[in-house]
Design a protein around this ligand. Structure first.
Ligand code: ADP
Length: 160
């Protein structure tokens, strides 16, 4: 049985923090699926399709990574694709409670699926999609915070 991990998130847009987590997970699994999810709580800057393309371009160096988007429960997507592990990144303590609640909820609805929490690398732990957008809206430089394709895409969005 091939080992498949799913890394779900909003990725609005993908940052170097996300790229780092995926780079580190890729050698551990046969396949890593980055699952772009619609968030009911957050209004998005990029469409699901735009986010998917930006992730694909940022991860073209990884051959076992696939990008997809889905509008339902992550666990339903995983059952359909025979994926066993949900990967989530942990930055500061503030992430912990939300991630623990999600992991327990997912364990309740799909006991066969495990959640793996991965610590953010020290050089990226402060990066968030929200922070990146805030910075861009106020004219700050995004160098080293997001992949180059995202810098270009942000610039185009802000011109509109
Ligand atoms: P969500 O809206 O589902 O939290 P995000 O796109 O904000 O989606 O994040 C997806 C996952 O990546 C989450 O588990 C989040 O904690 C993690 N993550 C976000 N930024 C970083 C980072 N800089 N380093 C490590 N993990 C991160």
């Amino acid at each position: 049985m091939s080992k498949i991990a799913v890394y779900p998130g909003s990725f609005d847009p993908i940052t170097m923090g996300h790229v780092d987590i995926i780079n580190r997970m890729s050698p551990l699994y046969d396949q890593v699926i980055v699952l772009v999810a619609e968030s009911s709580q957050k209004s998005a800057l990029f469409t699901l399709e735009e986010r998917k393309v930006l992730i694909e371009k940022s991860l073209s160096h990884l051959k076992n990574v696939k990008v997809d988007f889905f509008k339902g429960l992550t666990t339903d997507y995983m059952k359909k694709h025979n994926a066993q592990v949900i990967v989530r990144g942990l930055r500061a303590v503030v992430d912990f409670e939300y991630e623990m609640t999600m992991a327990n909820m997912n364990k309740k609805i799909a006991p066969e699926i495990e959640t793996l929490l991965v610590f953010a690398s020290p050089e990226y732990y402060y990066i968030s999609s929200r922070g990146v957008k805030e910075l861009a809206f106020n004219g700050g430089a995004l160098t080293d915070l997001v992949p180059d394709v995202v810098i270009d895409a942000m610039a185009k969005k802000l011109k509109k």
